[in-house]
Write a protein that binds this ligand. Structure first.
Ligand SMILES: Nc1ncnc2c1ncn2[C@@H]1O[C@H](COP(=O)(O)OP(=O)(O)OP(=O)(O)O)[C@@H](O)[C@H]1O
Ligand SMILES: [Mg+2]
Length: 484
């Protein structure tokens, strides 16, 4: 391999057919004279094309087509010419320099010699060593594509961060999320998942149907089945937010709601039935009453609230055992969109309340297709405010344009699976943490189950990964009519 040309932060490298490197690989360019090393990443590959070369190929093709005689070629020139025709150009991005102490710096104010430079493939292990990328809580994601080495990220790099997993349908997004959740819980972290397809419960079960090692740490909750609260536990703020944001209760009715709540609270009678009775007998305008009655019926039908004084779900009971992680899977496949919004509003409000009072430790939130149940303004709230409270979100979506630009800009880690649609590619290449060319070119040709990891987890050097299998029940497959 040889350095051919440079254009801003790109180097073009000439390679022969036999050079076993491919898109996404890192190369080390060692300049023997300057005694410096440069790291570049291949983002695209093309033929060496010149007019004469093309004419040559055409001529050759015409000759073989029209004559059957063997050409006399004692000097084996045809072979040489074939090698030239198969020469490749690698477009690469300069990622940094390795200084004398072996550390990577972003000082790239020099260019390597075309004559004295030696090029070779840089393995991810070597790259990690130069980066000094280590940690205490590893998450094994799979293998690097080029050299087939195990690849780990560190849970510390997800801690306190905003992560995005995106890619087209069935590319393996949920699968990666399950690996992240599983390992986070193994490391003792607390996770809550808004599960739109009822697939994350599989973490509790092995392939053969037996309970997995995490079975006791997985809690699957559904409205009416475990996910039921007492009104008193939810608190006035959470319920009023449900009424206001999920059920669009008008301001006048909200005022009456507050008065009824206070009255019930003073009489120590915060119960759904007492609440209903109070609305019916309260001395208010009939329109306000109607508005409250209709909301009350929705609250009652949602089965999110306990009918009697029984103890409902308490997050602090699950997220309290400090040494042992746990995951709450909020199953939302079988509930109507309105109740979904209520569930999310209630759960997030209560969690923030508990985090503010420091009753529970920080938690990781995984949300699939969050635009379906989290209102627009909440997004901003989650990423700006919640981070300070201790909710660290990971958004999973197959529609990159459902996530606002503001969120991408604040993302710390992005796991990109394959996209072929140009509109999606445009969107994601504009807003992601890596440069446009790399994202566009690599993501477009990523095979199934491979992803491009960008951001803190890979020290800002994009790496192509082949995600490992899960070892547990995956669930979440697309249901098919024709069984094969
Ligand atoms: N690395 C992997 N190893 C083994 N199986 C995998 C891997 N990645 C994905 N799969 C399987 O491929 C299928 C699709 O994966 P997954 O459900 O994660 O895709 P998705 O991107 O979440 O799709 P959707 O857009 O439908 O939610 C699943 O059956 C999953 O088990
Ligand atoms: Mg999925």
């Amino acid at each position: 391999m040889k350095v051919l040309t440079k254009n801003s932060n790109e180097l073009v490298i000439l390679a022969m057919k036999g050079d076993a490197v491919s898109k996404g690989d890192y190369l080390l360019i060692e300049d023997g004279k300057l005694n410096r090393k440069m790291i570049v990443q291949i983002y695209d590959e093309e033929y060496l094309s010149s007019q004469s070369l093309i004419e040559d190929i055409v001529r050759d093709e015409v000759i073989t087509a029209s004559s059957t005689e063997n050409l006399h070629d004692p000097l084996n020139i045809a072979n040489l010419s074939r090698m030239i025709r198969d020469a490749r150009l690698f477009r690469t991005k300069i990622r940094g320099t390795i200084d004398a102490s072996g550390k990577i710096s972003s000082d790239v104010t020099w260019i390597p010699s075309r004559v004295y430079s030696k090029l070779r493939r840089l393995s991810i292990a070597e790259l990690n060593e130069s980066l000094g990328r280590t940690g205490i809580f590893p998450i094994k994601l799979g293998r690097t594509r080029g050299d087939n080495e195990d690849f780990e990220i560190y849970a510390e790099d997800l801690d306190g961060k905003l992560n995005i997993v995106t890619g087209k349908k069935e590319s393996g997004k949920s699968h990666l999320s399950k690996i992240l959740i599983k390992t986070l819980v193994q490391h003792g972290a607390f996770v809550i998942v808004f599960d739109l397809n009822d697939e994350y419960g599989g973490i509790a079960t092995n392939y053969d149907g037996s309970p997995s090692s995490l079975a006791n740490q997985v809690k699957i909750l559904q409205s009416g089945k475990g996910l039921s609260f007492s009104l008193a536990y939810c608190g006035k703020a959470a319920i009023s937010n449900v009424l206001k944001n999920a059920l669009d209760t008008p301001a006048a009715s909200m005022r009456e709601f507050f008065r009824i709540w206070d009255w019930l609270e003073n009489r120590d009678n915060l119960e759904i039935e007492a609440f209903g009775n109070a609305i019916n007998t309260w001395n208010i305008n009939e329109l306000v009453r109607d508005a409250l009655v209709s909301r009350f019926h929705v609250l009652q039908a949602s089965r999110l609230f306990l009918q009697n004084r029984a103890d409902g779900l308490k997050f602090e009971n699950i997220f309290s055992n400090k040494n042992k992680g746990a995951v709450i899977v909020v199953s939302m496949a079988k509930i109507i969109p309105l109740v979904r919004r209520m569930v999310v509003e209630l759960v997030l409000n209560k969690l923030v309340d508990l985090l503010e009072k420091e009753i529970i430790p920080p938690i990781f939130l995984f949300a699939e297709e969050a635009h379906l149940y989290i209102r627009e303004t909440y997004w901003e709230d989650i990423i700006t405010r919640m981070r300070h409270f201790g909710i660290y979100p990971t958004f999973i979506t197959n529609q990159p344009d459902a996530i606002g630009d503001g969120i991408y800009r604040q993302a710390d880690n992005i796991f990109l699976f394959n996209f072929t649609n140009d509109v999606d590619l445009d969107k994601i290449s504009k807003v992601s943490l890596a440069d446009n060319d790399t994202v566009r070119s690599i993501v477009k040709t990523l095979p199934h189950r491979c992803c491009l990891a960008i951001g803190k987890v890979v020290c800002d050097l994009p790496i192509v990964l082949e995600i490992a299998s899960l070892g547990m029940l995956a669930l979440g497959e697309t249901k098919k009519f024709f069984k094969t």
